[in-house]
Ligand binder design. Structure first.
Ligand SMILES: N[C@@H](CCC(=O)N[C@@H](CS)C(=O)NCC(=O)O)C(=O)O
Length: 241
């Protein structure tokens, strides 16, 4: 696979599953098109392209990544491919690569997904008790952050990250901690997790991440800024109760 092939990352105009890849491509100065499918109540832009396998990929879902003439679906597959093709895999030992992959999988499955499901919960499961779901999601998330905090301290993640270029797991860690704080506000109490707080505050990519987000304000999910803003206000109120 060519390292300097033309790259297009296609995803909805939200942070969701793809923002950490945007962060990475920006930090590593990898030329690419950030192709954002416009959001609207009826997802008209997406409906118009969904059947087109050349743009929506094998499973008709986003994100997809075009890398030269390859077209990849599935966030975690895209992640592993980008990690390899940009030489990051070759920079790490086998043990370090396994840790990198474990951290990505854990953040994706046990932070990003439950937060996304919570934001959509009142639509996905009509009539749901949003307060109960939000409190359980927050409790489980804080337990999981405790595990991540301990493990990243044991792995000396900060020290080893300082000796290598920024990688996808670094970008995903910052993004998920940022999203979790955005969703739960002060109720997340990130400061109680010393290692995670420090990794978040002192992330090498922080300035790039923040400027990327400021340049294109976007919702976390496909609900869009207005509707998502309303449900997030409700969630924060319900977890405070
Ligand atoms: N397993 C896929 C899931 C991708 C996915 O569900 N994408 C959603 C947006 S976050 C999508 O494209 N939904 C539109 C549809 O299914 O029509 C991955 O990990 O990338």
């Amino acid at each position: 696979v060519e390292k300097n092939a033309p790259v297009v990352l296609r995803y909805f105009d939200c942070r969701g599953r793809a923002q950490f890849i945007r962060h990475y491509l920006a930090c590593r100065a990898i030329e690419h098109a950030d192709d954002r499918v416009a959001l609207s109540a009826g997802f008209e832009a997406w409906q118009a392209m969904r059947a087109d396998r050349g743009r929506a990929g094998a499973f008709h879902k986003l994100p997809v990544l075009h890398w030269g003439d390859r077209l990849l679906s599935e966030t975690l597959v895209i992640e592993a491919f980008v990690h390899r093709v940009n030489g990051d895999e070759a920079l790490l030992t086998e043990a370090e690569n396994l840790r990198h992959a474990m951290l990505v999988s854990s953040l994706y499955n046990d932070v990003m997904m439950p937060v996304g499901i919570l934001i959509w919960a009142d639509v996905m499961y009509r009539g749901v008790d949003l307060g109960a779901v939000a409190q359980q999601a927050l409790g489980r998330l804080r337990t999981h952050l405790g595990s991540l905090d301990r493990t990243l301290a044991e792995w000396e993640w900060r020290r080893s990250a300082a000796t290598r270029p920024i990688m996808l797991a670094d970008c995903l860690l910052w993004e998920e901690l940022d999203v979790a704080q955005h969703v739960f506000g002060q109720h997340l109490r990130l400061h109680e997790f010393a290692t995670l707080s420090r990794l978040y505050q002192e992330a090498a990519g922080r300035a790039v991440f923040e400027s990327l987000i400021a340049a294109r304000p976007a919702s976390v999910t496909g609900r869009g800024l207005t509707s998502e803003g309303e449900v997030l206000a409700k969630i924060r109120e319900l977890v405070a109760a």
